[in-house]
Each structure stands twice: as C-alpha cells, then as structure tokens.
Design a protein around this ligand. Structure first.
Ligand code: NDP
Length: 250
C-alpha cells in the first residue's frame, strides 16, 4: 500500500520536532526521499542522522528555513539539489500557537508570529512548490490544519483564525486545481502531545498538562500515520479532509 511512496520526493516543513519529525521517519520508512526544513538546524541534523542510520537508501536533504520569509522560501525551493528538486508531496506542517490569551491581552508579537507562520508562511511554501507541480502536472499538497480551524475556544482567537485560514486556503486551492492533477488534503488534528503543547504555554508544563485532564492525547506518530496514508492513495483518489480527535476529546 505504501509502495506508491517509493522514490517520491517529500518536502516537510517543521520537520525538527513533533508531527513533522514523525512524518519524516514514516515517509523514509516507506522509501520516500525527504527534504526537511525548520529553523533549528541542529534538530534537523539529528533527524537526518536517524533516517540515514535506519533507511540508508533514502535520500535526505535538510535546510534551515524560517517560513515567514518569502525570499528564503523561494531560494530554498530553487536550491534543492537534484534528484530531490522535483517535489512530489509537500507537507505544510510548520506552525505554532503562542499563549492562550484573551483578545484584550494579545501582544503584537504573538499576533504576528502566529499569522506570519501559520498563514503567510504556509502560503509562501505552497506558492513556491505549486509552480513546479503544475508544470509537471502532478503533486500532492497536505496542509496541517487543526480542529481549531473549525471551533473557537477562549484564548484561541489568533490561533483559531490562523487555522481557519488554512481551511480557507485549502478549499480555495482545491477549487483552483479542479482539472489539474494536483491533490490537496487537509488534516485537522485535535489534541496531540508535542513541543507545541508546551510552547503554547510559554514553557509551563503544568498548564500544558492540565489541558489533557482525563484524556490521553494523540501522539505525533498517530497524525503522521494519517499523513502517510493520505499521501499513498492511488492517483485517482484524494483523501480531501480528515478530522482526528483524541479519544474522549470534546
Ligand atoms: P511542534 O512544536 O513539535 O512542531 C512545530 C514545528 O514547526 C517545529 O518543527 C518548528 O521548528 C516549526 N516551526 C515553527 N515556526 C516556524 C517557522 N517560522 N519557520 C519554520 N518552521 C517553523 O508542534 P506540532 O508537531 O504539534 O505542530 C505541527 C503542526 O501541527 C502545527 O502546524 C500545529 O499548528 C499543528 N497542530 C498541532 C496540534 C497539537 O495539539 N500539537 C493540534 C492540531 C494541529 P523550528 O522551531 O525548528 O523552526
């Protein structure tokens, strides 16, 4: 079933931890080559070493990238070495939530960082990769949305807005690619325990843990399995939209 991924080139943003890192291993296990990006180059190097140890035939390229810079995104995409340069699958995963603050207490910095990363960054990467996919007449773009794009929660105004935007971008892109053999998928996870959970509360582990009261959160691997499942369907079918919740999550 995952044989369809053998030799495919997969670009993953936010591959230095959490869901992106788990996707890197699962794509590599399926024989896909991976291009891994994030800001923390040291973390990417360690993901690369693990992949090279476990799946030596897989090609891995890593590059430090802040998706908030459109020029950095464009120059990264144009400098990926052959044979990895033609991207078959993009996993648009880089993202973050900063703080759980009511609207009246939001800082400019939190607003800018979330919207610039989760919305503008995702658009920059999509735009840069889509050009090549359209030229080649094939490709698959997988967006990491969130259930926060479907429902608001107190303190989530900016993050929810950003993931609502991911949903809107996905739907617009799907409409734009009617008749073009480029697939578009959005995965909308609920609670997943990753660094995200702690970053959100500025490093306060106790507050982060309190969110999961009585519920076992999903793991990054759970979400990565769904990403790889979507990416490995037959060319004639598209897994368009997936909502994944932790069991018991409202
Ligand atoms: P992590 O914090 O573990 O991963 C986030 C990744 O995004 C990191 O690799 C980080 O790398 C990268 N990143 C953040 N900012 C930037 C930037 N400006 N440029 C490039 N890369 C960046 O959290 P998750 O794995 O949980 O999050 C992955 C995605 O899943 C996000 O889009 C998140 O919104 C989404 N999601 C998470 C849920 C959860 O409960 N955990 C639920 C629903 C969706 P680095 O810091 O090295 O740049």
């Amino acid at each position: 079933m995952f044989g369809r991924l053998l030799g495919k080139n997969v670009l993953i943003t936010g591959a230095s931890s959490g869901i992106g890192e788990a996707c890197a291993y699962q794509f590599a296990a399926a024989g896909a080559n991976v291009i891994l990006t994030a800001r923390r180059g040291d973390k990417l190097a360690s993901v690369q070493s693990k992949i090279q140890e476990s799946w030596p035939k897989v090609l891995v390229h890593t590059a430090s990238l802040d998706v908030r810079s459109s020029s950095a995104v464009d120059s990264l995409i144009s400098s990926i070495p052959s044979p990895l340069s033609s991207i078959d699958i993009l996993v648009n995963n880089a993202g973050l939530a900063l703080g759980v603050d009511p609207v009246s207490s939001l800082t400019d910095s939190a607003i800018d960082q979330m919207l610039d990363t989760n919305v503008k960054g995702l658009l920059y990467v999509t735009r840069a990769v889509l050009r090549g996919m359209k030229q080649r007449g094939s490709g698959h773009i997988i967006m990491m949305g969130s259930i926060a794009g479907l429902v608001g929660y107190p303190g989530g105004s900016v993050y929810c807005a950003s993931k609502g935007a991911v949903r809107a971008i996905t739907e617009a892109l799907r409409a734009e690619t009617i008749g073009v053999p480029v697939k578009v998928t959005e995965i909308k996870p609920g609670m997943v325990e990753t660094e995200f959970s702690v970053v959100r509360f500025g490093g306060d582990q106790e507050r982060a843990d309190a969110v999961y009261k009585g519920i076992e959160p999903m793991t990054a691997e759970d979400v990565a399995e769904t990403v790889v499942f979507a990416a490995s369907r037959h060319p004639r079918c598209v897994v368009a939209d997936v909502v994944m919740l932790a069991n018991g999550q409202a």
